[in-house]
Design a binder for this molecule. Structure first.
Ligand code: DGL
Length: 273
């Protein structure tokens, strides 16, 4: 049973992912909710999650949530589609009475709103695509929608390497995406939080006719709504730096943080898993 504690508007928002992908969520939450304190955990010792079994992903999900719970957050955002697809219930159980939002549902809802043709593409890790969770969540919104999915596992290590505008990324992206583009989709969900890091490259291949849905941006809007409805929004005027924690290689994480987020560079704490 998780320990109960008292939350207040000043309590932090806890966010986690397997690695740097969740920074796309941190960026979106900071843009939409600049006064909020953020505690971020990136499980860099065990990234990637996408090729792992459900049993392993569920164990990681519980351990990651426990790390965040030590900081008494007022909300947990699962900034990992893989965990959202396969282990959201584990996070909810571990978080007790603290609200949990996953990127997957937020991305699915936004995609269902945006499509005009009714044909949506979804890209994600093997685990996310194999679980069929996106297709189910999109059809829950509207069962007439058609979903075409494709696992793009190499995008995660490319993003972790900072290969944002690299020829290797272009080749891999062409290989993965040409198949989807030819299937008449008008909307493409970036169903892995690492993928927005490669968004420009992806957009170059999909072209202007296809609307890109970033599940990271979608979840930030949901967080604002939920905290607002619980009068838990932080009304302060300060813009606190996020508290970053990783399970391995903090220095590498700092470099990627700078590359991806701009110049600010908070300290990165190393925590054991
Ligand atoms: N960024 C995560 C996701 O959204 C996990 C990627 C991975 O570790 O394979 O699925």
């Amino acid at each position: 049973m998780p320990k109960q504690y008292k939350i207040s508007p000043d309590s932090p928002i806890g966010i986690f992912d397997s690695g740097i992908g969740g920074l796309t969520v941190v960026k979106a939450v900071r843009a939409g909710l600049p006064s909020e304190r953020i505690i971020y955990f990136g499980d860099t010792a065990r990234v990637p999650y996408g090729p792992k079994s459900q049993v392993t992903i569920r164990r990681y999900a519980r351990e990651d949530t426990e790390i965040l719970m030590k900081h008494q957050p007022k909300m947990i955002i699962v900034a990992c589609n893989t965990v959202s697809a396969l282990a959201l219930d584990v996070v909810e159980q571990t978080a007790g009475n603290i609200p949990v939002i996953g990127v997957l549902k937020a991305g699915a809802e936004l995609a269902a709103q945006k499509t005009r043709s009714g044909k949506i593409g979804v890209i994600g890790t093997q685990a996310t695509i194999g679980s069929n969770a996106y297709a189910c969540a999109i059809r829950e919104e509207n069962d007439a929608l058609e979903v075409v999915s494709k696992a793009c596992p190499l995008f995660v290590p490319l993003a972790e390497e900072g290969f944002i505008d690299h020829a290797a990324t272009r080749l891999v992206a062409e290989e993965y995406l040409s198949e989807l583009v030819g299937k008449g989709i008008d909307t493409l969900v970036l169903g892995c939080t690492h993928y927005p890091i490669l968004r420009r490259m992806i957009e170059r291949i999909t072209g202007p006719e296809i609307t890109i849905i970033d599940s990271a941006e979608a979840v930030a809007g949901k967080a604002r709504q939920l905290l607002g409805s619980q009068t838990m929004l932080n009304g302060g005027s300060a813009q606190p730096m996020p508290h970053l924690m990783v399970s391995d290689l903090p220095q590498k994480f700092s470099e990627l943080y700078r590359l991806f987020m701009g110049t600010e560079l908070p300290d990165v704490e190393l925590v054991g898993v």
